[in-house]
Design a protein around this ligand. Sequence first.
Ligand code: HEC
Ligand code: HEC
Ligand code: HEC
Ligand code: HEC
Length: 117
Amino acid sequence: MKRLFVSILIFSASVPSVWANQLSQKHAKLGMECQACHINNKAVLVEDEACLVCHGPISKLVASTHRDRKPHDTAVSPNPHNSAHYGTTLSCFTCHSEHKQSEIYCHQCHAFKYKSL
Ligand code: HEC
Ligand code: HEC
Ligand code: HEC
Ligand code: HEC
């Protein structure tokens, strides 16, 4: 019981006050409720499924960022949602964050040109 209380408190008290340049600003503009992602009001456990309710199915997401690209073409960046190494298996949160700056995982090794997230 005590633990439940503490986690509810954290959920309501520790919302970052400045979310400049982040996805949450774009989502907030749409009037999205916290519960759209934090199903059952849980503070941290956000699953890919919560995103795919609106952005899925995954095939549609893959199609939205498809580009014609030959291997090793440095002018065109590969589809982040269907990559050579990982296919469609990466969790959204490998790259997208809601309340902090997103970081494209691929850029640990590559320098692709994507629009800023
Ligand atoms: C309730 C529906 C809904 C949910 C849930 C949702 N989104 Fe969105 N999201 C939207 C809408 C609507 C837009 C604006 C679409 C547009 O501008 O084309 C958007 C925009 C975006 C964008 C594009 C922002 C840009 O730069 O243009 C990304 C990336 C994104 N969402 C990722 C996510 C991720 C990751 C999750 C899960 C944590 C998520 N969304 C959950 C509805 C949702
Ligand atoms: C841990 C390092 C690492 C990460 C992370 C990584 N790659 Fe790679 N990738 C490589 C290496 C090494 C090669 C082989 C060398 C080459 O061809 O550039 C490669 C090759 C590729 C190629 C074939 C070469 C080309 O330009 O056509 C593509 C496409 C590619 N990676 C896409 C991605 C994408 C998309 C991501 C993120 C989802 C990613 N990689 C993440 C290391 C990585
Ligand atoms: C490997 C990194 C990576 C992963 C994993 C990833 N994304 Fe993305 N996402 C990107 C990048 C990079 C872009 C911008 C693509 C561009 O430049 O066109 C993007 C764009 C988007 C957009 C905007 C699409 C549009 O039409 O412009 C949405 C929505 C989105 N991602 C949702 C998701 C969801 C939901 C997941 C999980 C199922 C996910 N992404 C997984 C890197 C990623
Ligand atoms: C579009 C999906 C989405 C919406 C809407 C959303 N969140 Fe989140 N939230 C996430 C994700 C994903 C994480 C995991 C950390 C991250 O990506 O920033 C998270 C993490 C958190 C955390 C844990 C602290 C942290 O930064 O890791 C808190 C607290 C939180 N959210 C509160 C809220 C509140 C309060 C609202 C409503 C005002 C809200 N969230 C709306 C997706 C969302």
